[in-house]
Write a protein that binds this ligand. Structure first.
Ligand SMILES: [Zn+2]
Length: 191
């Protein structure tokens, strides 16, 4: 979808994909949900369709996002979880209404309240973050090796050795930088 806004990076882990809606936190940050409509668009990508979003609800979403990022970063570094972040994650989890339902095909879906509020969708994201931070899921929280990114991501690879939050962006950039460095060092090898 061409919207004139930064594209989404859609990973397969809900809560860390959500924190990825702000990227390059340690470089030139890219805000991927700059408007309420972009939050609606992002939620729809994860089957969390909401009817509307106000600027105040976008603020709630960003507060949750930064809280998950702070808690996940602390967990990746094996530090104590920051209490204010934990409080916001818990508040968002408690203040939405969403029910897990089973489709005829046996997949889990989230059904939001009849009003389909942003708060309902945020409660699903908060619960996803809690399941990761509580160590309930198979995987490891890690920080992206790109110095300008350092995003917290959930590594579900078998070897738990993933280095980048996203292969197509941070991983690729790193590979290109290494390639260029190698070719600068040995010009005689160039054809
Ligand atoms: Zn990264």
């Amino acid at each position: 979808m061409r919207t004139g806004f930064p594209d989404f990076r859609l990973g397969n882990v809900l809560s860390t994909s959500f924190t990825g809606t702000l990227s390059e936190r340690h470089g030139d940050p890219v805000e991927r949900i700059p408007t309420p409509q972009r939050l609606i668009d992002w939620l729809a990508e994860y089957d969390l369709a909401v009817d509307s979003c106000t600027p105040a609800q976008l603020e709630l979403a960003r507060d949750l996002r930064e809280s998950i990022h702070a808690a996940a970063t602390a967990a990746a570094l094996q530090e104590a979880l920051p209490a204010p972040a934990v409080k916001i994650i818990n508040d968002r989890s408690a203040q939405g209404r969403a029910a897990a339902v089973l489709t005829p095909e046996g997949a889990r879906q989230w059904r939001l309240s009849p009003a389909s509020l942003v708060e309902d969708a945020l409660s699903v994201i908060a619960a996803d973050a809690i399941s990761i931070l509580a160590g309930e899921r198979d995987g490891r929280l890690a920080l992206c090796a790109s110095p300008t990114c350092q995003a917290a991501f959930f590594d579900t690879s078998q070897s738990h050795t993933r280095k980048w939050c996203d292969m197509n962006t941070c991983g690729n950039r790193q590979k290109k930088a290494r390639y260029n460095a190698a070719h600068r060092k040995s010009p005689s090898r160039a054809k």
